[in-house]
Design a protein around this ligand. Structure first.
Ligand SMILES: Nc1nc2c(ncn2[C@@H]2O[C@H](COP(=O)(O)OP(=O)(O)OP(=O)(O)O)[C@@H](O)[C@H]2O)c(=O)[nH]1
Ligand SMILES: [Mg+2]
Length: 547
């Protein structure tokens, strides 16, 4: 359909060449106009060619029984968890092959959870101290008055629980960057173009990803697609070479950081004693130490040994009255799976620990870029699943994958009603989910795509409501009881309203809504079976909304 026909291909007096020949005595401005119009026609022609090619490809795939499904939703919505479920259900061999690599991620998840707990204790104490300072000012004024009358007032006690916890867990926490490096993790603010294997183009926008607005290191780990293969490769390499040099340099820095920390805390006799006790017990707990901490063996940088040595302390901290209070009030800024892993710390810290299927489903790795997996569902059907990174700076990479999709599974974690986006702390996470869902259903490219909405993490929602966290504190327009069934029905009605308001975009498009716990294999298995039916039947254009 191209209009740029070469005169070498045809004689100058054939009909096409004659039609394309510039008019005689063409002026300069006419020539510009003509070329512009030709370029315009070529662009339209190319678009039609591409459309025809895409349609042909799509028909070929459909004929081969392959269905393209996109997993969409904000960060931590549960997209990768659904993908893991699919792997567990439809490709058990691949799931089992990956098992070992999840062990390291789970250990990192636990260590990051411990760090977050320590930070939360410190923050809570700081807030208490600031409050105390305010009252000290009042006390000071009173003291002045009382001193003048001969009475005395003692200053309020300073609590050091946070500092003690940081000290106690310093050896364990110092492993976090080591494991992140070992996994090839990408930092929140890292230049993704430097990630091994990251190509240009789709990665460029991700470079501007800001660090957490709180200034804290993210508790989740950012890994690029293919991390499992790379990790297994590295593990094989290190077991072949048992690189003692890197072990020593790493443990050197671990020891250095503990010593530096102890030095800085020398001013407090109570902390000094605790630090010395802790350093001594840490040395004692790392077997094979012939010459004290100076010549630590690799066990000091082995997360398994470190978790084993500190598991009772972790349990103690988890059950500390302050932490319990923060947990009860929903003030613990910790990932959803942290509680699961700490509850299973005895098993996870066992030296022979092997992750179970449930552990793998709870492990948290943030997706960067887009992953593409193929599952053979039965003899005639295959799924090609695209799992995307959900944070805001990743969303611009989704559009090229919309082209020939047949179904979208959109995940909205309604348990996040009391949380803000990491990327923008002024935005409520459920509001963001609704906005994103709205953008997806009004996208003309997705007019013919079956939509399946998972209102996810309802187990977490139920727990939060039981803890007394009020929906109306975050959605003042909510007037119902703070009761599970009423709350999830209300959120579902909010999403339904979005569908109704955008109905004109695709009046016949089927949309299914499920309340889900993505970590529950039994539930997801049933729901995926119905998703499968919906895609295969493909006769829902007449059904309209179906809840
Ligand atoms: N309790 C509970 N945890 C869930 C549920 N769904 C997912 N999770 C956990 O939530 C965390 C985040 O889930 P992911 O599947 O990694 O989230 P994602 O949507 O892929 O996030 P990005 O990759 O950052 O876009 C993981 O630790 C999951 O185990 C759920 O229904 N209930
Ligand atoms: Mg993911």
């Amino acid at each position: 359909m191209s209009t740029a026909v070469s005169s070498a291909a045809f004689g100058m007096d054939d009909p096409i060449s004659l039609a394309l020949r510039p008019p005689p005595r063409e002026t300069a401005s006419q020539r510009v106009e003509r070329l512009k119009s030709e370029a315009e026609k070529k662009k339209i022609s190319d678009e039609i060619d591409k459309r025809l090619k895409d349609d042909a490809q799509r028909m070929k795939k459909e004929k081969a029984g392959e269905h393209k499904i996109l997993l969409l939703g904000q960060a931590a919505a549960g997209k990768t968890t659904v993908l893991k479920q699919m792997r567990l259900l439809y490709d058990k061999d691949a799931h089992n092959r990956d098992r070992e690599s999840w062990r390291t991620v789970i250990q990192l998840n636990v260590i990051a959870a411990v760090r977050t707990l320590v930070e939360c204790i410190e923050a809570a104490e700081l807030a208490d101290q600031l409050e105390d300072n305010d009252s000290t000012q009042v006390v000071g004024e009173k003291r002045y008055q009382q001193e003048s009358t001969g009475a005395s007032v003692s200053s309020p006690p300073v609590n050091n629980r946070g500092l003690l916890a940081r000290l106690r867990f310093a050896p364990l926490l110092s492993l976090e960057p080591v494991i992140r490096r070992r996994l090839g993790a990408v930092g929140e603010a890292d230049d993704l173009s430097k990630v091994p294997g990251a190509g240009p183009g789709t990665w460029s926008i991700a470079r501007s990803e800001p660090s957490s607005p709180t200034g804290r290191v993210s508790s989740t780990v950012l890994l690029k697609a293919g991390w499992q293969e790379r990790l297994m490769e590295r593990m094989r390499f290190s077991s072949d070479n048992s690189d003692s040099r890197s072990v020593h340099s790493l443990t050197g820095s671990t020891t250095g950081s503990i010593k530096g920390f102890i030095e800085r805390k020398r001013s407090s006799p109570m902390l000094k004693k605790a630090a010395q006790d802790q350093a001594a017990s840490h040395c004692a707990s790392s077997e094979g130490l012939d010459h004290g901490c100076q010549t630590r063996t690799s066990k000091a940088e082995d997360p398994s040994h470190m978790l084993l040595a500190t598991r009772d302390e972790i349990k103690k901290m988890w059950n500390d009255p302050l932490v319990r209070r923060l947990r009860r009030r929903g003030k613990l800024d910790i990932v959803d799976s942290a509680a699961y892993f700490i509850d299973h710390i005895d098993r996870i810290s066992d030296l022979a620990y092997q992750p179970t299927d449930d552990d793998i489903l709870h492990a948290r790795v943030r997706t960067v870029g887009i992953t593409d997996d193929r599952f053979q569902i039965d003899k005639n059907t295959a799924y090609r699943i695209y799992d995307v990174g959900g944070s805001r700076n990743q969303r611009s990479f989704w559009a090229p994958y919309f082209d020939d999709a047949q179904a979208i599974i959109f995940l909205a974690p309604i348990s996040a009603f009391d949380q803000k986006l990491i990327e923008d702390p002024s935005v409520n996470r459920v509001e963001d989910s609704m906005q994103l869902f709205s953008q997806i259903i009004e996208n003309p490219l997705l007019r013919d795509v079956s939509l399946v909405l998972f209102l996810n993490k309802i187990d977490v929602l139920e727990k939060k409501l039981r803890q007394g966290i009020l929906v109306s504190d975050h959605f003042p327009e909510y007037e119902g009881e703070n009761e599970f069934e009423e709350v999830w029905r209300w959120f579902r009605s909010r999403f339904r309203k979005i569908v109704t308001s955008k109905r004109s975009v695709a009046p016949q498009r089927p949309i299914y809504v499920h309340t889900t716990v993505a970590t529950s294999t039994k539930q997801i298995k049933n729901i995926l079976a119905s998703v499968n039916d919906a895609i295969l039947r493909n006769n829902l254009k007449t059904t309209g909304l179906s809840y």
